[in-house]
Ligand binder design. Structure first.
Ligand SMILES: O=P(O)(O)OC[C@H]1O[C@H](O)[C@H](O)[C@@H](O)[C@@H]1O
Length: 537
């Protein structure tokens, strides 16, 4: 890793000058070049990534690639794939790619294959009913208890692959909110339920509290001796799991070289494999592996994660765009934005560079989104006519899974229409002409026109994918993972730690202790007033 301040590179300086020449250019203008769509499209396997509706020219693209080269992206990729401890503040390598590397030269090959086999055997026994509950009944429900990376990945994928699901009903408990726990377990039959406790560290307050409550509820009904048939855990901290009362044969290990928010490919994905079967889980991994190979081998100008990361830097650091929207046009991906919020914002929400100095430029963007078309009827107003520039990823599929062409055409008509509308907008002349056909008076038309004008020039990147399958989903998620990596390299920050989560955790522990005597606790006046009011209730 070269630890270069991006703003001090030659490419950055050139980009700044270039930006001044292009900042006001309208996309409509750029589209006068008929070849533009083909120039700025990458066709890869089942993916067509059309990034032509972005505010770039070929010069922008080559300067951005120059930036990537100048900060040493190729060397960084080699360190990432080479298992170097690139997560320096935690002194760990970042090796989620090893979890889906089926090649002969894969890192940690045997350990990984061993755990994969354990997942395969166990999930098969649950799905086929050979592993029964303590009273001999087959398992019908699976409850994943975990938070952050131990929840968001599994829940996002299980929702995304609902079409491929088997008979097991999957539930997720994450929040330490007791109401969340009770609402989930209230109708469950302990005799037919399997609990999967997922915590990389096995020290997370939320997960341990939830697991303790659920375990007590369970033991109350079926007794301590039944625990072994109904509780399994996923963790790196085998000792803590055993202390919690889960036998070693019921623990699926994971490793410190896998970050929590990149761990769905490990045994953290046990609930996924239970929900859709091991073969689909493996397909998910294989899809991710294909993207890993693409990212590692493709030249930057044809490399999806590299290009999309550079576009994101372009908007974030030159246009001053603060956020990015992710709009999947499939209900199955309704948890993708939430998943990406952790993956992206926990990784790149950093303000200290790799030399330990404050960064003097913007880093991690704010990620948000909801599925289309719902989002169109909710927040698209602001994207179309608000004052903020919000680059958006549009993710759509050529075929629906249930095959209802009528619905799919309507869904996708919106998908295409929105990116076109965001790009072109609507001019004053167009609005006036349209209003002239209405019975409105001339005066009224004049009054209304400014409100109906769309400036356009709103950038979007379109991912048009054949179908939503375990494989394409794996590739899509891996694409975002590598995009995060590229951005971290350019911004010269450490993307794989998350110290920013600690302070709140520490304080919550203190506040919990202070609940015993809020009057004499030491807090600022606002917090103290709130604590007193809370305890009086
Ligand atoms: O899996 P666990 O150790 O329970 O951690 C769960 C979550 O805890 C913290 O919030 C971290 O910031 C997350 O990255 C992690 O995914």
């Amino acid at each position: 890793m070269m630890n270069i301040n991006p703003t001090e590179t030659n490419a950055w300086k050139k980009l700044q000058l270039h930006f001044d020449t292009i900042r006001d250019t309208h996309l409509k203008e750029l589209f006068k070049d008929q070849g533009r769509a083909a120039t700025f499209t990458i066709q890869w396997q089942d993916f067509l990534v059309d990034y032509s509706k972005n505010r770039i020219t070929e010069e922008t693209k080559s300067l951005l690639i120059e930036l990537a080269e100048e900060v040493g992206l190729s060397e960084a990729i080699a360190s990432y794939y080479g298992g170097e401890a690139i997560n320096k503040t935690e002194d760990r390598p970042v090796m989620h790619t090893a979890l889906r590397d089926f090649s002969a030269t894969a890192y940690h090959k045997e350990e990984v294959a061993g755990v994969r086999n354990a997942i395969k055997t166990f999930t098969k026994s649950i799905i086929e009913g050979t592993h029964t509950g303590a009273t001999g009944k087959t398992i019908t429900d699976v409850v994943n208890i975990g938070i952050g990376g131990s929840d968001l990945g599994p829940v996002m994928v299980v929702e995304a692959l609902q079409y491929y699901k088997n008979h097991l009903t999957t539930h997720f408990i994450s929040n330490v909110d007791g109401d969340h726990v009770m609402e989930t377990i209230k109708d469950l039959d302990p005799e037919t339920t399997l609990f999967v406790i997922v915590s990389k560290t096995f020290t997370t307050q939320e997960t341990l509290s939830n697991a303790t409550t659920v375990r007590a509820w369970f033991v109350d009904q079926l007794g301590e001796e039944a625990v072994g048939s109904h509780f399994v855990a996923v963790s790196t901290n085998l000792e803590a799991v055993q202390n919690f009362g889960i036998a070693s044969e019921n623990i699926f290990p994971m490793w410190n070289w896998v970050g929590g928010r990149f761990s769905l490919w490990s045994s953290v994905g046990l609930s996924i494999a239970l929900a859709v079967g091991y073969d689909h889980f493996e397909d998910l991994l294989r899809g991710a592996q294909e993207m890993d190979i693409h990212f590692k081998e493709q030249p930057f100008d044809e490399n999806i994660p590299v290009i999309t990361a550079l576009l994101s830097v372009w908007y974030n650091n030159f246009f001053g765009a603060e956020s990015e929207a992710v709009i999947p046009y499939t209900q199955y991906l309704h948890r993708l934005p939430a998943y990406l919020q952790q993956a992206i914002m926990e990784s790149n929400g950093k303000s200290v560079d790799r030399n330990g100095n404050p960064v003097g430029y913007e880093t991690g963007n704010i990620i948000w989104g909801e599925p289309g078309t719902n989002s169109q009827h909710a927040f698209f107003q602001l994207i179309h006519q608000g004052t903020k520039l919000i680059p958006a990823d549009f993710i759509g599929f050529k075929k629906s899974l249930h095959g209802n062409v009528d619905h799919h055409d309507k869904l996708m008509a919106n998908f295409f229409a929105q990116t076109e509308a965001l790009m072109n907008g609507k001019t004053e002349a167009q609005v006036t002409e349209e209003l002239r056909e209405s019975p409105l008076s001339r005066k009224r038309i004049e009054q209304l026109t400014p409100f109906k004008v769309f400036e356009g020039n709103k950038p979007t990147t379109t991912y048009l994918i054949n179908t939503l399958s375990p494989k394409t989903l794996g590739a899509l998620v891996a694409m975002y993972e590598h995009k995060i990596f590229v951005q971290g390299v350019i911004w010269n920050i450490y993307s794989y730690d998350q110290w920013g989560v600690e302070l709140g955790k520490q304080l919550a522990k203190q506040v919990l202790r202070d609940f015993d005597d809020v009057e004499s606790s030491v807090h600022d006046a606002s917090t103290k007033q709130l604590l007193i009011s809370y305890k009086k209730a």
